[in-house]
Write a protein that binds this ligand. Structure first.
Ligand code: AMP
Ligand code: MG
Length: 445
């Protein structure tokens, strides 16, 4: 046994805390709770490692998760500046006049972006200013170029302009210092996953590098003697390995490092080698196939031999057979073999753990509610994840219907559909017109 001596107890301990735990028929909620408990017990180990955090260059930060709060080291914008190409003037020069007739201003300077001008405006003076130009002292309002009448007269060398104050209010077209971010304010909180906008925001603070959690390493492999690796010639009775590619896609969007161990044949030594390699290199192992009841292969036996593993039949469809365990300091998920079941169990049960170990708050996919356009048969006592296709009704209401065949091997249903319809454990038949819960797939797969 390569696991520490206390490990075999761990899953039992968790099981004993869960009232009504039955590995042969586990509700999805209990499965989730079990997994979350195991994940938490391993998370502190994970986050307290010396190399748990690292600095990355901002351009490589997409999808990474902040490991500390980021406070703004400066005001953004750093100076009050013009939001338009135009003329900056003092509102009091027009605002104080009773009838607000168009006022004439003397143009005393041109302020380009990036060129500060230290002088202050005097009465009835203005500057020509470009977008981003620092507002001169005293000025508070900008009249856009196209709304200003330029006057050529004999008061050379200064050009004059006429500004119709009826068109403006005090402070128009000016961007105030710190209106985006105040110096010292929390810009982004620890645990934030960085996307394009947050990368831009941190860059606007002048930060070239950012401290993030290390990417969890996720080892994946497919098991089964009938599973062919891509590139192999097709053989009768076999299937090409769809699962590893679906998993790769699901994981790539989550900012993890994938360790791809390919297809592993139903051979004890090959399986053992794969699990041991995965255990040495990864934080999470995800396999597919070989965990259902009556499996003729060695996957379950090897999992049991190398770690502390529970084999479940989850009251869900698709995705009944499922293995959860711990191999050393590694979390193990043994997903079913059927391709839709792989994707659904990943989204419902594995994804939250991957998010958690990436430093984010673990969460189920974001749900929405849609009106069912059809009756849907559903037995209480299991959670179903059916493939649905949404549309907006003429009144703008979100509606959903089933894609065709809902078989757990029908991967095309995941392509035709744009959501999973989540029918909860206790729910019965759905009637056309009922509101039902959906998980939009767009941001998930
Ligand atoms: P299992 O859970 O191993 O009993 O597999 C259930 C079904 O999924 C079987 O029809 C397998 O052939 C199929 N299957 C298993 N692994 C894969 C895979 N990697 N890609 C596509 N189908 C698979
Ligand atoms: Mg199999």
């Amino acid at each position: 046994m390569s696991s520490p001596p206390h490990t075999p107890q761990a899953l039992n301990d968790i099981a004993q805390q869960l009232l009504g735990y039955d590995p042969k028929s586990l509700s999805i909620d209990m499965a989730r709770e079990f997994i979350a408990t195991l994940c938490e017990s391993m998370a502190s180990e994970f986050f307290n490692r010396v190399d748990a955090q690292e600095m990355v260059a901002m351009e490589n930060a997409l999808g990474r998760t902040l490991s500390q709060d980021v406070y703004s080291p400066m005001n953004v914008p750093a100076h009050t500046n013009s939001a338009m190409d135009g003329y900056a003037f003092r509102w009091q020069d027009v605002g104080s006049t009773q009838h607000r007739a168009p006022s004439e201003f003397k143009v005393v300077h041109t302020v380009l972006a990036g060129q500060a001008w230290d002088a202050a405006l005097a009465k009835d003076e203005c500057v020509k200013i470009m977008t981003g130009g620092v507002m001169p002292i005293g000025s508070d309002t900008v009249a856009p170029m196209e709304l200003v009448h330029e006057i050529t007269n004999d008061r050379a060398p200064f050009q004059c302009v006429r500004i119709d104050s009826q068109l403006f209010q005090a402070g128009d077209n000016r961007r105030l210092i710190g209106e985006d971010l105040r110096e010292g304010a929390l810009a982004l909180a620890k645990g934030t996953r960085l996307h394009s906008a947050s990368m831009g925001l941190l860059a606007s603070l002048g930060l070239s590098h950012v401290r993030v959690w290390r990417c969890p390493k996720v080892a994946i492999f497919s098991t089964g003697s009938e599973v062919l690796a891509l590139g192999e010639p097709f053989k009768h009775g076999h299937v090409y390995d769809a699962n590893r590619l679906s998993l790769t896609g699901l994981l790539q969007g989550l900012g993890v490092e994938i360790v791809d161990l390919g297809v592993v044949r139903d051979d004890p030594q090959a399986l053992k080698d794969a699990f041991l390699t995965a255990k040495e290199t990864a934080d999470i192992i995800i396999t597919s196939g070989g965990v259902s009841v009556g499996e003729a292969d060695y996957t379950k036996a090897i999992m049991k031999e190398l770690g502390d593993v529970a084999f479940w039949r989850i009251a869900m469809r698709p995705g009944r057979p499922f293995a959860l365990g711990r191999l050393g300091s590694c979390l193990l998920f043994g997903l079913p073999g059927n391709p839709v079941a792989v994707m659904v169990t990943f989204l419902a049960l594995v994804r939250p753990v991957v998010l958690r170990l990436s430093g984010q708050t673990p969460q189920e996919p974001d749900a929405m509610w849609a009106k069912s356009v059809m009756d849907i048969r559903k037995k209480p006592g299991r959670t179903e994840y059916q493939r649905g296709l949404t549309h907006l009704s003429e009144l703008g209401q979100l509606c959903v219907g089933l894609t065709g065949n809902q078989g757990s091997g029908i991967l095309s249903s995941m392509v035709q559909g744009d959501c999973l319809i989540v029918l909860e454990h206790d729910q019965g038949d759905v009637k056309a017109g009922d509101l039902i819960k959906i998980w939009p797939l767009k941001s998930l797969i």
